[in-house]
Design a binder for this molecule. Structure first.
Ligand SMILES: *Cc1c(COP(=O)(O)O)cnc(C)c1O
Length: 470
C-alpha cells in the first residue's frame, strides 16, 4: 500500500495532455484525440489511487502515448468488420449467415454507385415496380405464379398473416409452433399480425382430422411451419402438404407453408436428409410459400413469398408492405444469386453456402492437410501440439439440426502451461482480422469447411503471433 504522498508523487508523473496531443497524427479528428487522451489519463489516475499502479515506469511518456495510440486505432476502425469463421457452422447466424462472392457483389456495386431502373419501366418510360426485377426469375425457378420479396422471412410471415388472416383463425399443428430465436415465435408473430392461432393435434402427432375438426366459418388459412431448429423423433405423425391441400380445397381455404430456410436445390444426392424444396411444396399444393434469402439459399438477407397470383397481389397492396420493403442493394444481390440458380450445378459451385454445405469429407481432409502444413512451417513443434480431429460441421441458421457433416479439422494446443487454451482462443479473437474457433478436447479446432482459401495463410500467421506473444 502506498501512502498518500507517494501517490501524489505518482500523480505528478502522469504525462500532460498537451504533450500527448502534439505527438498524435492529425489525420484523426481533434475531438476524438482529446477524448481518448482524457480517458486514458483518467484511467491512470484511478489506478494510482486504487494502488493498481505502483511503478513510475508504467507512467513513462512512451508507454502512455502507445496506450493512447492503440485506443485511437481501435476507435477509428469500423465496428462491423470481417472475421474468419473456423467453427464449421456454415449458416452462422452470429457471423453473418451467408456470404456473397465478388461476382455477386459487383452487381450490387453497379446498382449502388449508379442510378438504376429500380422503380422505372424502361420500355414504357414510366413508373415501374421494384419487385419486377426478381418476380419472373423466382417464378421460373419455383414454378410459382407470382412472387414478392421483403426485408426478411420474419417480415414475410408477418405480412402474409396480416394480409390474409387478420381477425380470423389460422390452423397450425402443435408440433410446428417453433421459436426461431431472437424472439421470433410463431404464436407471437401470429398475435402481432392480428390473426388468431388455432393450434391442433399434439406435440408429436397431428392428424388430418385434427385440422378438419378445427375448421369453421372464421378459418382463413391452414398453415404448415417448418420445424427448422428442432426435431421430434419416435412416435410421430405429420400431415403432408398434399393431404392438407385436399382438405383446404374442399373447404375453399388457402394453405400456406413457412419453409424457413427454403432450399431450391435438392441436396439428398450429397448425403442430406430429405427436406422439401420450395418447388416441391408448391407442387404438393401450397398456395403460398415463405422462406429466407440468406439461410440455405445463400443470398442476401431477404424474405421471399411465392405462390398464387391473387394472394401475392393482395399482399403487395398491403400498406404494411412498405414498412418491410426490400432495399435496392439487397435486391441486386438477390437477383444475382437467383440467376446463378438457373444452373443448379453452377449454384453448388459458386454460391459459398452451397459449396461449403456440399463439401466432401475427402476435401476437408485435403484442406486440413494444407492448413496443418502452413502452421507447421510458421510455428515449431516445441511451442505447439499439432494434429487433426475428425469433427462434425453444422448447417446452422436454425436449419437441419440432425444433419451430420463429417469434417476434418486442425487441432492445436499450446505446449506452454502459462498459455491456456482459453487465452489462445481469446487472442485469436482479438487479432486484427479476428478468428472465431471452437474449443474441443482442451485444444482449439479449426474446421476447414468454413474457412476460405485466402484465409489459410492468415490463420497460420495469427497462430504464430498468438503463440509467440508470451
Ligand atoms: C428462420 C426462420 C424464420 C425467420 O426468417 P428470417 O429470414 O431470419 O427473418 C421464419 N420461419 C422459420 C420457420 C424459420 O426457420
Amino acid at each position: 500500500m502506498k501512502n498518500s504522498s507517494e501517490k501524489k508523487e505518482l500523480l505528478k508523473r502522469i504525462p500532460k495532455t498537451d504533450k500527448l496531443l502534439e505527438n498524435l497524427t492529425d489525420t484523426i479528428p481533434q475531438r476524438l484525440r482529446l477524448s481518448v487522451c482524457r480517458r486514458v489519463l483518467d484511467e491512470l489516475r484511478r489506478k494510482i489511487l486504487s494502488d493498481e499502479i505502483k511503478k513510475e515506469s508504467e507512467l513513462s511518456f512512451e508507454r502512455v502515448l502507445k496506450r493512447v495510440q492503440d485506443e485511437l486505432n481501435r476507435a477509428m476502425r469500423p465496428s462491423l468488420r470481417p472475421v474468419v469463421n473456423a467453427t464449421g457452422v456454415v449458416v452462422h447466424t452470429n457471423l453473418g449467415r451467408s456470404l456473397l462472392t465478388k461476382e455477386i457483389f459487383e452487381e450490387i456495386f453497379d446498382v449502388a454507385v449508379n442510378y438504376s431502373n429500380l422503380e422505372y419501366d424502361l420500355e414504357k418510360g414510366k413508373r415501374g415496380s421494384r419487385y419486377s426485377h426478381v418476380e419472373a426469375i423466382l417464378c421460373e425457378l419455383t414454378g410459382a405464379e407470382a412472387a414478392l420479396v421483403v426485408n426478411n422471412n420474419a417480415a414475410a410471415v408477418l405480412l402474409t398473416l396480416e394480409t390474409l388472416a387478420k381477425g380470423k383463425e389460422v390452423i397450425v399443428s402443435r408440433g410446428e409452433l417453433v421459436e426461431i430465436g431472437g424472439s421470433f415465435r410463431i404464436p407471437d408473430v401470429m398475435a402481432r399480425s392480428g390473426a388468431i392461432l388455432r393450434e391442433v393435434g399434439a406435440t408429436n402427432r397431428t392428424h388430418l382430422r385434427d385440422y378438419e375438426n378445427a375448421i369453421n366459418e372464421n378459418t382463413a388459412l391452414l398453415m404448415k411451419v417448418h420445424q427448422s431448429n428442432f426435431a421430434v423423433v419416435g412416435f410421430t405423425k405429420k400431415v403432408s402438404m398434399k393431404e392438407l391441400k385436399e382438405l383446404g380445397k374442399r373447404h375453399e381455404i388457402p394453405v400456406i407453408e413457412d419453409l424457413g430456410s427454403g432450399n431450391l436445390v435438392d441436396l439428398t444426392p450429397y448425403g442430406f436428409i430429405h427436406e422439401p424444396t420450395v418447388q416441391e411444396s408448391l407442387r404438393a399444393g401450397a398456395d403460398l410459400v415463405t422462406f429466407s434469402g440468406d439461410k440455405m439459399l445463400g443470398g442476401p438477407q431477404a424474405g421471399i413469398i411465392v405462390g398464387k397470383r391473387d394472394l401475392v397481389e393482395r399482399i403487395k397492396k398491403n400498406p404494411m408492405n412498405r414498412a418491410v420493403r426490400i432495399d435496392k442493394l439487397t435486391l441486386a444481390g438477390l437477383e444475382a444469386v437467383l440467376r446463378i440458380y438457373r444452373d443448379p450445378k453452377k449454384a453448388l459451385k459458386e454460391i459459398p453456402t452451397l459449396r461449403m454445405l456440399t463439401m466432401s469429407f475427402e476435401e476437408t481432409k485435403r484442406r486440413a492437410r494444407r492448413l496443418l502444413r502452413l502452421i507447421k512451417a510458421k510455428v515449431g513443434d516445441e511451442a505447439l501440439e499439432l494434429g487433426y480431429r475428425d469433427t462434425t460441421s453444422r448447417v446452422g441458421g436454425g436449419a437441419m439440426p440432425l444433419q451430420v457433416l463429417k469434417s476434418r479439422a486442425v487441432f492445436i494446443k499450446s505446449a506452454r502451461r502459462e498459455l491456456p487454451v482459453s487465452l489462445v482462443e481469446k487472442r485469436l479473437r482479438s487479432e486484427r482480422i479476428p478468428i472465431i474457433t471452437r474449443i474441443e478436447d482442451e485444444g482449439i479446432i479449426f474446421d476447414t469447411r468454413t474457412i476460405k482459401d485466402e484465409e489459410f495463410k492468415l490463420i497460420a500467421d495469427s497462430i504464430k503471433r498468438v503463440i509467440e506473444k508470451g
